[in-house]
Design a protein around this ligand. Structure first.
Ligand code: BV8
Ligand code: ZN
Length: 251
């Protein structure tokens, strides 16, 4: 079985990293247009750096939770049995990697990396950034920015993502409100290609009706239970060794 999993902020919420659009989410306290656009960075780089410096510090003291660990386990088990997990995250944290996932596609970039707008180099970065910090490669000052995808910029690895999505047997969206494109369109792309779809979220998202199945509750509980069910539902007729659990939609 080939599974495409899309994770969002809800997957990392129980690790203490805030979500964006919930009542107390980041975008209720900060204006994304003033902090997460290339125009904001051009006009006020100090403010943008301060926002991402704060989030980088939070991330460095956060730990993966049971949802991250279950997805790492799922990747290992599927691979052993001839299937695969394509893990695509909108999250810029590294908690999937720290939980043991081997391949993670960060479509919105990575907070623990910096990119130089002068030479194009991308580098691992755990310290605070500022306009004074020179690029370690080209020595240019003022060119380093967080390696994240801002509104109006093209998300990363889109060709690989669509190839994996359209080749999957199951699409699962975990802890995402489905409000940011192109990720928000994955469920309809998958359905249009006859791929089964499942939403895992604290509560039904605004897009819940687009999914064949929904499982609701904290990701740290629902994801491990879903993975256990998937791994125990071996089918003799399925070459990959699994059948996706049947529909369950409380709405
Ligand atoms: C692009 C950067 C062209 C880093 C982020 C009008 C209509 C349609 C589209 C547009 C439009 N105007 C503009 C657009 C395009 C725009 C867009 O979609 N805007 C929206 C707002 C309308 N998109 C873009 O600009 C993108 N680029 O489109 O390029 C293109 C063309 C063709 C093909 C490809 C590309 C670039 C978008 C990148 C934005 N970058 N951030 C950062 O600072 O983090 S966005 C931000 O939202 C986050 O980074 C995150 O990645 C993303 C998604 O958010 P979620 O993860 O879903 O988080 P949210 O808070 O919303 O939801 C959390 C969910 O978790 C909730 O449902 C909650 O119930 C649940 N939850 C909470 N706790 C738990 C839980 N679930 C389980 N367990 C829990 N414990
Ligand atoms: Zn440089």
């Amino acid at each position: 079985m080939k599974i495409f999993a899309l994770t969002g902020a809800g997957a990392s919420a129980e690790s203490g990293l805030g979500t964006f659009r919930d009542k107390d989410g980041l975008w209720s306290r900060f204006d994304p247009m003033k902090l997460a656009t290339p125009e904001a960075f051009a006009h006020n780089p100090d403010e943008v750096h301060a926002f991402y410096n704060m989030r980088r510090q939070n991330l460095l003291s956060a730990e993966p939770n049971a949802a991250h660990r279950a997805l790492a386990r799922l990747e290992g088990s599927l691979t052993e049995r001839g299937g695969s997990l394509f893990l695509c995250t909108q999250n810029i944290d590294d908690l999937h990697e720290r939980a043991g996932s081997q391949r993670v596609v960060h479509m919105h970039g990575e907070l623990l990396k910096a990119r130089c707008t002068a030479c194009g180099g991308t580098m691992s970065w755990h310290e605070d950034l500022s306009v004074e910090v020179p690029c370690p490669s080209c020595r240019c000052s003022g060119g380093l920015r967080p390696h994240v995808v801002w509104f109006g910029e093209m998300p990363l690895e889109m060709d690989a993502i669509y190839d994996a999505l359209l080749g999957a047997d199951l699409f699962v969206a975990i802890g995402t409100s489905g409000s940011v494109y192109p990720a928000a369109g994955f469920v309809s792309e998958a359905r249009g290609h006859g791929i089964r779809t499942c939403e895992i979220n604290l509560e039904p998202s605004d897009n819940a009706r687009q999914f064949d199945e929904g499982r609701y509750g904290p990701a740290s509980e629902v994801v491990p239970a879903w993975v256990e069910q998937l791994l125990s539902s071996r089918s003799s007729s399925d070459q990959g060794g699994f059948t996706a659990p049947g529909p369950s939609h409380p709405k």
